[in-house]
Design a protein around this ligand. Structure first.
Ligand code: S3P
Length: 442
């Protein structure tokens, strides 16, 4: 799937970001809308859906499981839900490409199906840890095999009888929490998941939106198996994780002024805003509201001088996907920024601590990688150079934005996977003022 096509960006130094726009739909919410829509009784009409490769992979999975859908087109997808009993055995392995969310959530969703399912992905995804979901699912009675290293392909044997468990997650992971809750819908009794720190709660909110009872305590979420989901309209807000690149870009580039409309503003996702504001960013909420159980806001970001900070560890899970962008903000801030408590960054689409450290050093930044974070010494102007994203979409976008404060061009290799979360990023950024050129390599 993705990753086979090669794309290189050349981003000219300096510039200003100015504009008023809506970023593509939220990836996490889009995945969940497709999954719950397929499992529901009745029709689900989604608008604002992210048409990125990761979500398209989830859509393809449900088509392979026999669910009829129209779209996606212009962010609209209509799903004719079939209920749990309506899913049918797929013809072959289900390939979810680069999408960790698809694989982990589907592991839970498929654990209680009456037929076998094999989940596989691209080279990067098939290296990522899966025991964090397969072990608790096995405790629930699922029959799943992984490679000897605990990685995909995952072979899920059909017909397992699942039972609810009480599970305390060792890592703060919304994917693990969601996988267990989805399995819990098919399990006998209650499934309760306790998280060590708050993580994104889109699954819990959306289950309730589809009419499923969810009990939520401070750190524990429970569902009782055997209930049904009812199709419902879903309006997907813009992805705050995609907006993060614009927030950082506008903050570091003098003269910038960007307004982002209808951005998902769920408190389990806005750690990036708090981090940037602590660094001195000028981020203003113009309008806030709620759509379909998810908070949204219009925000305005203008250039500001940033200061290095020690990032509080409790903000880490609330900004876990935004650290490539945060590292760039830190590289352009006065003084030192320290990130700790973020070991999870090492098992994302790439080892984001190692890969960001490598690229920032190429741009002349002093970075000390730590086992669970990094110490970054900011500078007024970065150097130019050639960096690799290691096929990681968020690394590619972070270095594109870094060029706004570079003295020379930044060439970013391996950018094709940006289509997984932010299709049209380069074109959109060019429209806002980034001097970015893109080239496909054979
Ligand atoms: C996601 C959860 C996070 C995040 C990922 C999307 C989700 O992963 O990094 O991009 O949609 O549940 P973890 O659960 O591994 O932290």
């Amino acid at each position: 799937m993705s990753g086979e096509r090669k794309e290189t960006w050349r981003v000219g130094p300096g510039g200003t970001l100015r504009g008023d726009l809506r970023v593509p739909g939220d990836k996490s919410i889009s995945h969940r809308a497709v999954m719950l829509g397929a499992l529901a009784d009745g029709t689900t009409r989604i608008s604002g859906l992210l048409e990125g490769a990761d979500v398209l992979a989830t859509i393809a999975v449900f088509r392979a499981l026999g669910v009829a859908m129209e779209g996606p087109e212009d962010g609209r997808l209509t799903i004719h839900g079939v209920g749990w009993e309506g899913l049918s055995s797929p013809a072959g392995a289900l390939d979810v490409g680069n999408s960790g969310t698809s694989m982990r959530l589907l592991a839970g969703l498929c654990a209680g199906l009456p037929f076998d399912v094999e989940l596989t992905g691209d080279a990067s995804l098939n290296r990522r840890p899966m025991r964090r979901v397969t072990e608790p699912l096995t405790e629930m009675g699922a029959q799943i095999t992984t490679s000897d290293e605990g990685t995909a392909p995952l072979r899920i044997h059909g017909g397992a009888r699942l039972r609810g468990i009480d599970y305390s997650m060792p890592v703060a992971s919304a994917q693990v929490k969601s996988a267990l809750l989805l399995a819990g819908l098919r399990a006998q009794g209650h499934t309760c998941v306790t998280e060590p720190a708050p993580t994104r709660d889109h699954t819990e909110r959306m289950l309730q939106g589809f009419g499923y009872r969810v009990q939520r305590d401070v750190a524990t979420t429970c569902v009782e198996g055997g209930g049904r989901l009812w199709g419902t309209p879903v309006d997907v807000p813009g992805d705050v994780s995609s907006a993060a690149f614009l927030m950082v870009g506008a903050s570091i580039a003098p003269g910038s002024d960007v307004t982002l409309r209808h951005v998902g503003w769920n408190a389990t996702r806005t750690g990036i805003v708090e981090i940037l504001q602590r660094m001195g960013a000028d981020i203003q909420v113009l309008d806030a509201g709620e759509v379909g159980g998810e908070p949204v806001a219009d925000i305005r970001v203008r250039h500001a001088a940033l200061q290095g900070i020690d990032i509080p560890e409790e903000l880490v899970p609330l900004a876990i996907d935004e650290f490539p962008a945060v590292f760039v903000a830190a590289a352009c801030a006065a003084g030192v920024t320290r990130v700790t408590g973020a070991a999870e960054l090492r098992v994302k689409e790439s080892d984001r601590i190692a890969v960001m450290a490598e690229g920032l050093r190429t741009l002349g930044v002093e970075v000390e990688p730590l086992p669970d974070g990094a110490r970054i010494v900011g500078r007024d102007r970065l150097g130019g150079g050639r960096v690799s994203s290691h096929t990681d979409h968020r690394i590619a976008m972070a270095f594109a934005v870094a060029a706004l404060r570079a003295a020379d061009a930044v060439v970013v290799e391996d950018c094709a996977n940006v289509q997984t979360s932010f299709p049209g990023f380069a074109q959109l950024m060019a429209g806002l003022g980034l001097s970015i050129e893109w080239r496909e390599d054979a």
